[in-house]
Unconditional design. Structure first.
Length: 289
């Protein structure tokens, strides 16, 4: 009985409320879809709606998995590492459902599905990302960590940043109208990648509060400029004209502002916790990343 509960226990053998909470978080989009099943079924394209939901949540959970390393340091909460694998496997479940629903939408015809995938660039990119996530899921077991060795395993799992980039391209390419959410998602990934790159460059396990403030500002600027160039290219207008409108809040809050607020909030939390908590991230756990 105790053994069957092993997966829900932390390293000290106690029932892990963190793991239960993450399971609840992972199940939330599924429960929401079940709750809204009536509305979805009566929509114009129920299967397409479910494909979108599964893809969106896979991307959200992929980002959450990548956020574990910086957030456990910023929040001084080493236990977060305990749920990284669970988040990764959850991501794969949603992405498996995404492909399965796509297959159902292609009338369960392998040749039709394969033809569709190989004839659309955004689907080719999605398929490469899918295969990458499958490889990460297969190699996520303790046995595979031992077989590959920690160094090679870590290097392999760093591919997840490249996979996230492909998933974002796939997301952008299939978006037909409003790109606000994809741009915000891209800015969050940009923050995550920049955090890891700066930490690696400084050979530090975490970034100081001033670096986090700087990171928030730089990523926000990149987001404003990237959005302006994107809109400029798409609508044949000068990116400078687009930049002039960033203070026009009548048309909505631009992703650049959103990432600025999110980044500054994280930096402020870091500043507070740096005073209150000395850090409960054990050296052994840092070595395991
Ligand atoms: C073989 C692999 C894949 C196939 C066949 C596929 C297929 C699709 C299709 C058909 C759509 C809807 C497009 C439309 O309605 O025009 C879509 C949207 C999407 N896919 Fe995929 N996809 C794949 C892999 C992935 C992967 C690996 C990710 C991310 C981890 C992903 C994330 C998304 C997202 C975020 C959306 C848009 C969701 C939204 O609109 O909110 N897909 N995909």
């Amino acid at each position: 009985m105790t053994r069957s509960w092993q997966i829900w226990r932390d390293r000290r053998g106690r029932l892990s409320y963190l793991r239960f909470s993450v399971l609840a978080l992972l199940l939330l989009p599924l429960l929401k879809a079940i709750f809204e099943a009536g509305g979805i079924a009566h929509g114009a394209r129920p299967l397409n709606e479910l494909i979108h939901r599964a893809g969106f949540w896979a991307l959200v959970f992929l980002g959450t998995t990548l956020a574990v390393t910086p957030f456990r340091r910023i929040f001084r909460y080493g236990k977060l590492l305990d749920v990284r694998r669970m988040l990764g496997v959850g991501t794969f479940c949603y992405i498996a459902a995404h492909l399965l629903l796509f297959y159902a939408d292609q009338s369960y015809s392998p040749s039709k599905a394969l033809h569709e995938i190989t004839h659309r660039v955004y689907l080719i990119i999605g398929a490469i990302a899918w295969l990458g996530l499958a490889a990460l899921a297969v190699t996520s077991t303790d046995g595979m960590v031992r077989r590959l060795g920690p160094m090679r395993w870590r290097r392999l799992h760093q591919v997840s940043y490249f996979i996230a980039l492909l998933a974002l391209i796939h997301y952008f390419q299939q978006t037909k109208a409003d790109v606000t959410v994809p741009i915000f998602a891209a800015s969050l990934f940009c923050w995550l990648i920049a955090y890891r790159l700066i930490a690696a460059w400084r050979q530090a396990s975490n970034l100081s509060t001033s670096y986090l403030f700087l990171l928030a500002i730089v990523v926000s600027l990149i987001t404003f400029i990237g959005e302006a160039i994107g809109i400029g290219l798409a609508f044949h207008v000068s990116p400078l004209r687009v930049l002039e409108t960033i203070f026009n809040f009548d048309v909505g809050i631009r992703p650049g502002w959103r990432i600025l607020v999110a980044g500054l909030t994280v930096a402020a939390v870091d500043a507070v916790l740096a005073r209150w908590k000395s850090g409960d991230v054990p050296a052994r756990a840092v070595a395991a990343e």
